[in-house]
Every structure is written in C-alpha cells, then in structure tokens.
Design a protein around this ligand. Sequence first.
Ligand code: RM4
Ligand code: MN
Ligand code: MN
Length: 419
Amino acid sequence: MQTSGESNREKRMARKLKLRGMSSAAANHVIDRLMRFRIEVPSWGYADTGTRFGKFTQDAAAVDIADKLADAGVTHAFTGICPTVAVHVLWDFPHGFDPAVLRLAKAQGVRIGSINPNLFQDQCYKYGSVTNRDPNIRKLALRHILDSIEIMRRVHSRVLSLWFADGVNYPGQADIRQRKALATAALKTAHEAMGRGQVMLVEYKPFEPGTYFTDFFDWGSSYVFAKAAGPQAKVLVDTGHHLPGCNIEQIVAWLIDEKMLGGFHFNDRKYADDDLTVGAIDPYQAFRIFNEIAAYEHETGKDLDIAYMIDQSHNVKPKVQAMIQTACTVQQLMAKALCVDRKALARAQAAEDTIAAEETLRAAFNLDVTPILEAVRKAMGVPESPLEAFRSSGYERQAARKRRAKRKALGLSGGSTYA
Ligand code: RM4
Ligand code: MN
Ligand code: MN
C-alpha cells in the first residue's frame, strides 16, 4: 500500500504494532486484505421491526425503500465497507419493482445486493411455500422466486438469497421425505432460471416458525438441497440459526473445504434467532469463524469468494448506529483473525502444544488492531471512528424529523400488537 514516503502517522502505526509483536510487513498485509473487505447491509435493518409480540417504533426508522437506501448510503459513507444493500422483495417493492430504485441507490452511493424473496408472510403459506401439499400454492411460491430472479437481472445482482419458513409444528402433521422432494424440485427449477454468474444461496434454520421441524433445518440439509439444485447453489450460514452449543466454525471450515460456502448472514444471539448486533454476546465466536476464513486465505493466497452480509433487526438500538457498530465490529474481528501468527500456530500444533496453540489464537483476539483499522479508514477516506463521527453528524435527528412528517402524511400509525 505504501511504497515510498511513509507518513509520520504510518510510521507511528508501525511502531505501535511492533510493540505488539507484529512486523510492519505483516501489518501491511492485513491492511491490504481489509482494503478489499466488504459487507452487505440488510434493508430491513433500517426499518421498524419487532418481536412476534409487537413492534416498537423509532421516529428515525426508514419508512420506505428511499429511506432505507439513504440510511445504507450514510452507513457506507461512514464505514467505507458497505456498498451494497440486500432487499426483501415484498418489503422493499410492495408495489412491484420500480427501476427508479436503481437511480435512488446510485444517488446514495450504494448498489442493490442480494435479492431475498418473501415466502413467509402471505396467508397462503400457512402450511408451507415450496413444500406446501397444495400444488397451486407451490406454484405461487415458485412464481415469486422466478420473479425475484428477474429482479436480480434488472438490478444486476449476483445473489439470490433463499430463506424458507417452511416447516411444521406437530409430529405427524406432514411427510418429511415428501417435503424434502418438493423443496428439491422447486430449487432445481429455480436454478435452471438463473443466469450465468448468478449464485443461489440456501439458508437454514433449526426452528421458527416451524417448531417441530423446518424443512431447511441445518447446514447438512442446505448442502444436500444446494447440491441437488445445481452448481450455482451454495450454503448460506446465518450465525443466529444454530442450536446452542453448535460449533459454527467447524461447519464453516467444512463448507469452505467442500467449496460449498456461499456466504454469511452475521448477527449475534444469546438464545435463538435473536438478531442482535455482531459481537454483542460472543465476539470470540465471530472471531473463530473469521479465523477459519483467514486460515484458508493464508493457505491458498486467495480471497474466499463469498457473500458477507449482515442480517439483523434492531428493535432497541437506533438503526444506523447499530449497523455502523456492526460493520466496524465485523471489520475489527476480521482484522484480528488476519493477525493470527500462522507459523506459530502450525509449530504449536505440530508439537502438540495445546496451550501455545490456543494462546496464539487468543493473542490475536486480544490484539488492539485500532492502528490497523485507522490506517484502513484513512486510506478509504472515511472517519477513523465511524460510530463517533456518525453520532455527532446530526443525521439521525434530521431523519427523525423528515420521517415523522412522512408517516403523518401517509397516515401510517405505529406498530402492531400480538393479538
Ligand atoms: C429469517 C432469516 C432470513 C431473513 C428473515 C427476515 O430469520 O434469517 O435470512 O431474511 O429472517
Ligand atoms: Mn438470515
Ligand atoms: Mn434469522
């Protein structure tokens, strides 16, 4: 990155890192990788969302796709690493896809990223979408997926991100193998409709809304479905979609090794699919995932070509702040994982020195990577402390004022309740 004429600031950074046992060549390698690291934000993370018991509204929450793109634009402007926005077709294009969205996105300095069909909210999906026993409902679900693929084409998106709420609540309610066959058939048809260079991501979740089983219930099921669908289908790991105690980094390592990892939905959780901000509960868990990625990239000398995405809903935190906080945390944890001393780790492993091996990981996790992040942000032309800078920007106050007025004009009232 810096060939000649290192600034004083960079020299200072090199000195600080040396104190922490890192050479400036190693630090520069980490900086170079971080300069290429991007993570996608979800449009729904800017809107009012809630629990199944109700929604608590925020004045500054986005009302429509224009607001969501504005919030995404500001997230990108402050972090430099969030140039794309995932959309949920029916939430973001409730009146059908409007090409004006492309202009809006461009004006905010962002692009439309992954396309997420909504196969979970309409009444007809009470007993499933692609696995519904009613062929007419299956047809509707497939139609929506095909329409979503068409939207991908129009917005030049590479990624179709599929999450199915399909599942059942009681033993005996449905035939497990029949539903597996129906899901497989739908994915195959959808895969045939995809263009070259497009990717289909197949997400899984162990329960909710189905409480007895979901049809796409774990990485193995997504793997089997993706393999059956075709070569452009891969597995999507949502970090909140695992049962407690699950070793997620092992799943990630296996999927990387099988060339079947398509991407991530990052979030944190304490109990189930809590959609908390990354690192809120267990940053070491996220670090261990990034460690698998960094290890693979170190070994192959190539960037892993996957979709890094955030999937959170912010019920209590202000939306844009939560997103900036998350993007910075993800970037920080990736930085730490890139700082793992791979040679020392290999030596410790070869000597069966468990303590030294674990300490090598912990040393990187505990490393203060602030000088690295500051160097990256400086090179990207964004504030060194994006969250602080955003908090004092006044954006939220202005958005609250405008959006309050917009809601009033549209006659939109607050949240909804459970019953
Ligand atoms: C699901 C899943 C999907 C997301 C929806 C909103 O739990 O995580 O990825 O699109 O929530
Ligand atoms: Mn998800
Ligand atoms: Mn989820």
